[in-house]
Design a protein around this ligand. Structure first.
Ligand code: NAP
Length: 267
């Protein structure tokens, strides 16, 4: 029998974290090694997510959890300022990070890659684990080769901490790899209200909408002579990210170094 993959979940009491705990408890190839939530009382992780008690209490302290759990993988859906520290701590314990938290900077990603390499373990930072969203990003990058005039509009709930979203930044990076050098719009353009043209990235714009009632959506709009093309993805439920997280936990066991973007694990 193959050994179970022992998983630590940070942000276990959060909206994404609870879905991860549920997924791990229901996956035959995984075992919940620890669940960390800084503000949670000593509640059973299974009970917390509406399943049978599983014997793992949600604990506030990651260091103790990492020392005791002998885990293989850490899955983190927390907040940007905590995720970097959680990831570093995991790597120092030889635990492979699978990071869904958005807002981690390129410099931090580089540092974490070096740390993973030096410990000889794999890691993943993925701004989006949804297969439909990955396809949206890939199709947008393909289209930008032929229609280089592009703008991105992303929509999220009003309590989201980072803007623009990790998915829109990743989309912009993929577009920039293939799109011809081009600064769009009228060079004489002036904003009469600051920020009205959105965030500037490599010659094009990203717009962040934040409203209650919205979950996660993105449109990539291309303009050409007498035509526009819109590529749009809508997420409706956090459970939709879990097939991707499950694949990531299994694949991160098989390589060395930090990969940025779930699309690299999909082929
Ligand atoms: P959430 O419900 O607010 O949960 C955040 C969790 O982080 C909470 O459980 C909170 O714990 C914990 N936390 C806060 N500060 C912490 C710290 N210093 N150390 C450890 N844990 C800490 O947020 P969410 O909706 O689950 O989203 C979490 C992250 O996932 C965000 O960055 C979001 O953008 C990202 N996300 C990514 C994807 C993807 O596919 N990659 C999809 C959706 C969301 P307490 O409540 O105990 O304080």
């Amino acid at each position: 029998m193959t050994e179970l993959i022992k998983v630590v979940v940070t942000g276990a009491a959060g909206r994404m974290g609870r879905e991860v705990v549920k997924m791990v408890l229901q996956d035959e190839q995984m075992q919940l090694a620890a669940a960390v939530g800084p503000s949670s009382g000593p509640v059973d992780a299974g009970t917390l997510v509406g399943l049978e008690p599983c014997g793992v209490l949600v604990t506030p302290d990651l260091e103790t959890a990492l020392s005791n759990a002998k885990a293989d993988v850490l899955v983190d859906f927390t907040v940007p300022h905590a995720a970097y520290g959680n990831t570093t701590a995991a790597i120092m314990h030889g635990v492979r990070p699978v990071i869904g938290t958005t807002g981690i900077t390129p410099e931090q990603i580089e540092e974490l890659d070096k740390l993973c390499q030096s410990r000889g373990i794999g890691g993943l930072i993925a701004p989006n684990f949804s297969i439909g969203a990955i396809l949206m990003m890939k199709f947008a990058a393909q289209a930008s080769k032929y229609l280089p005039h592009v703008e991105i509009i992303e929509y999220h709930g009003d309590q989201k901490l980072d803007a623009p979203s990790g998915t829109s930044v990743k989309t912009a990076e993929l577009i920039s790899e293939v799109r011809e050098e081009l600064r769009q719009g009228n060079p004489q353009e002036k904003e009469t209200i600051e920020g009205s043209r959105g965030g500037y990235y490599n010659g094009f714009r990203i717009h962040s909408v934040r409203l209650p009632g919205v979950f996660a959506q993105q449109e990539v709009i291309f303009g050409g002579f007498g035509q526009t093309l819109k590529i749009r993805h809508d997420s409706y439920d956090r459970a939709g990210y879990m097939p991707g997280v499950s694949v990531a936990v299994k694949k991160v066991m098989t390589y060395t170094g930090l990969i940025y973007g779930f699309e690299h694990l999909m082929d």
